[in-house]
Design a protein around this ligand. Structure first.
Ligand SMILES: [Zn+2]
Length: 236
């Protein structure tokens, strides 16, 4: 016996309702029909940095000299008690991948037509270790990359940059120890695929920058690759 297409559609709808309740993930108010996951009022109140317009912004200063990059930008300030932390928390720990897609799309709309994206060829999410991705059900950075790709029409590529080492602990380590810890975490399966490309590396939040640095190091195996970075939040 096979399922009818109608039945499958209904199941999908129920499935998405299960993980995406019809209230705003920030303020808890009921959503309007056109709103998805977060109400427009909360989206409007997100503390945007707009630092894609600002050369030598704080994120770029943080990463300067660690890996070669073209530009780095973060969508919002990740401030305690602010709007972004609960959203990132739901994206990562409460099985709400749609929040990543939504925020990626909103950020993509901000970036659209700016110099920041001008020469970018491919969007590449920071990968999770397969074990972690399996337990979470998805990679949150990939959800953000999907939203960015949706808004900008730039292709995104997952599965070529891979994480080979499971999450090492980052707490209470010196800068040198952190570096020793992360330098061989990532690997590029097919370096040819990224040769001569300008990649936009995407992650949820930039804090110490060591994960992005480790990705950048792995990506140096691709000849003449250029790297820019975009994250949803920045914590410095
Ligand atoms: Zn709201």
């Amino acid at each position: 016996m096979t399922n009818s297409p109608m039945r499958r559609t209904n199941l999908l709808k129920e499935f998405s309702y299960l993980f995406f309740p019809n209230v705003c993930a920030v303020c808890g108010e009921e959503l309007l029909r056109a709103e998805e996951g977060v109400c427009l009022r909360c989206l409007y109140q997100l503390p945007r940095t707009n630092n894609f317009r600002e050369e030598e912004n704080a994120a770029e200063k943080l990463m300067a000299g660690r890996i070669p990059f073209v530009r780095i930008a973060s969508f919002c300030v990740y401030a305690k008690g602010g709007i972004l932390p609960p959203l990132i928390h739901q994206l990562k720990y409460h099985h709400q991948p749609d929040i990543g897609i939504l925020l990626g799309r909103v950020y993509g709309e901000d970036l659209l037509g700016s110099d920041f994206l001008k020469t970018v060829d491919i969007i590449v999410p920071v990968p999770l270790h397969p074990t972690k991705e399996k337990s979470r059900g998805y990679n949150q950075a990939e959800m953000i990359a999907m939203g960015l790709s949706d808004a900008t029409s730039l292709p995104f590529s997952a599965g070529n940059l891979i994480r080979v080492v499971y999450n090492p602990t980052q707490t209470k380590r010196t800068k040198t120890q952190r570096w020793e810890n992360v330098k061989d975490i990532f690997k590029v399966e097919d370096p040819e695929a990224y040769a001569d490309k300008h990649l936009l590396l995407v992650d949820d939040v930039i804090t110490t920058g060591s994960t992005l640095e480790a990705c950048g190091v792995a990506l140096q195996s691709c000849s003449n690759v250029k790297i820019s970075i975009a994250t949803l939040g920045e914590v410095f």
